[in-house]
Design a protein around this ligand. Structure first.
Ligand code: AMP
Length: 439
């Protein structure tokens, strides 16, 4: 028989994993909606040309194929390029600035590794059509809010600006064109270290003096204010870098005004972010518990939508990597781990009482109680065991005695207690026990 397997770099998510993934997604959805973001969904398949010319070097990772009609198509690489297409295509129907969120799979032909897959899910938030640093600050504040809500103990958001890196390259004596190679080399900083980046810079044709100046500047460290002050001094002769520093200052001021704890973000001049479409502030969240890479990443991309719309539409956004968040949460034992959301298991006393039990289950569901029902009547002990095996806390019995008294037996399988209650009180008791459990 052929080996039964899924495609390399793509994963099946069994129920216990899905429970945690859904918890992450619903947390991110509530935060997005609390900030007034609106949902958007686009197809997984786009015309190849929609994605081409937007991703720089990463374009080689796009999954491309031809359909039956010979059209050149591609699997979605991220949710950003489709957003740019949608903004241009529905210009008349969208009111800018537009806050949107989107959740779904993206595909990249990468070499699979820990936390790196070929199919992975992203949850994106973007503010389309605003150049205000308040928009950048809101996105960063939301990511800090989200990681706190998910229980991440010590994450930090690194902030930088493309024109700070540009300025570092320029004051180190590099031409505008050579600055591109600098982004790519610096982007690998956390993976290959100082010596590795130095090698990459030299390979890109940067001379040793300039490479050392760049390396010194990108390693400036300290509190956000200290780093900005040091950069302001060192990059004072570069107009664009000076403006970038002012932009980051303004973002930091807003973060403070929004009450984001100052230990949740830092300015890191070594943060480049791989994607070529970023034009302004860039950010990424990391945690020491996951040295393999970022939990999420984003930034300002003021020119990308213009490639479709024919006019510049400044935009800032970020993508949470659901798979990364999930993998790290599993490892750190964060988040709830229920096996099921059902709290009630309605047993079937015997064939004669199936209809009564079905009615009881419907009644409980109508009262908002997630309820499973047995499929085979008889042997109650076996049914209790099945409820317990499924992780359902309460097993309910409705037999002739209970029906006659208009009561239901409620067995708490966690505590091993059981009592007979008036039928009308059962939903209330289950709801109360659940609230207690959540506390
Ligand atoms: P990017 O779209 O490259 O800016 O990535 C944004 C986020 O998506 C990253 O921080 C990761 O959490 C996640 N991500 C990107 N590529 C992958 C991948 N190959 N596998 C899993 N997650 C990914």
């Amino acid at each position: 028989m052929a080996v039964i397997q899924n495609v390399k770099g793509m994963r099946d998510h069994l129920p216990t994993d899905m429970m945690l993934r859904q918890y992450i997604v619903s947390t991110l959805t509530s935060i997005s909606e609390a900030h007034g973001f609106e949902p958007l969904q686009t197809p997984i398949i786009e015309y190849a040309e929609t994605l081409e010319g937007k991703l720089g070097e990463d374009e080689k990772l796009i999954y491309r194929f031809e359909d039956h009609g010979g059209r050149r198509l591609a699997l979605r690489y991220d949710q950003t390029v489709p957003l740019a297409r949608v903004t241009a295509q529905y210009a008349g129907q969208l009111t800018l600035p537009w806050r949107r969120y989107a959740y779904g799979p993206s595909y990249r032909g990468e070499r699979p590794a820990r936390g790196r897959y070929r199919e992975f899910y992203q949850f994106d938030i973007d503010i389309v059509g605003s150049a205000s640093p308040l928009a950048d600050a809101e996105i960063v504040a939301m990511l800090c809010e989200a990681l706190s809500a998910l229980g991440f103990p010590d994450f930090v958001t690194l902030l930088n600006h493309r024109q700070i890196i540009g300025g570092i390259a320029r004051v180190s004596g590099l031409s505008e064109e050579a600055a591109g190679g600098v982004y790519r080399a610096i982007d690998k900083f956390d993976k290959i270290g100082v010596a590795g980046v130095r090698n990459e810079l030299l390979k890109a044709g940067v001379d040793t003096g300039a490479a050392d100046r760049i390396l010194e500047l990108v390693q400036i460290d300290g509190s956000a204010d200290e780093v900005l002050a040091a950069l302001a001094q060192r990059l004072a002769d570069d107009e664009r870098a000076v403006a970038a520093i002012a932009n980051l200052r303004s973002i930091l001021d807003s973060l403070a005004a929004m009450g984001v704890p100052t230990d949740q973000y830092r300015v890191a001049p070594r943060l480049a972010r791989g994607l070529s479409y970023y034009t302004g502030a860039v950010f990424e969240a990391i945690t020491p518990h996951w040295p393999e890479g970022s939990l999420l990443g984003g930034g300002r991309y003021d020119d990308l939508i213009g490639l479709f719309a024919g006019r510049n539409i400044p935009t800032v956004g970020l993508a949470f990597g659901i798979d990364r968040l999930h993998d790290v949460m599993l490892e750190l034992n964060l988040g709830p781990r229920p096996r099921t959301t059902a709290v009630a298991y309605v047993t079937l006393f015997s064939g004669d009482y199936v209809a009564a039990s079905l009615a009881l289950a419907a009644e409980l569901r109508a009262a908002g109680i997630h309820t499973l029902i047995a499929l085979e009547p008889g042997n109650l002990g076996k049914q209790f065991k099945e409820a317990d095996r499924r992780g359902v806390r309460f097993a309910l019995v409705l037999g002739p005695d209970e029906l006659a008294r208009d009561e239901v037996v409620v067995k708490d399988l966690q505590r091993g207690e059981q009592r007979s209650l008036p039928r009308a009180a059962v939903a209330g008791l289950l709801a109360e026990a659940l609230t207690e459990q959540a506390r």
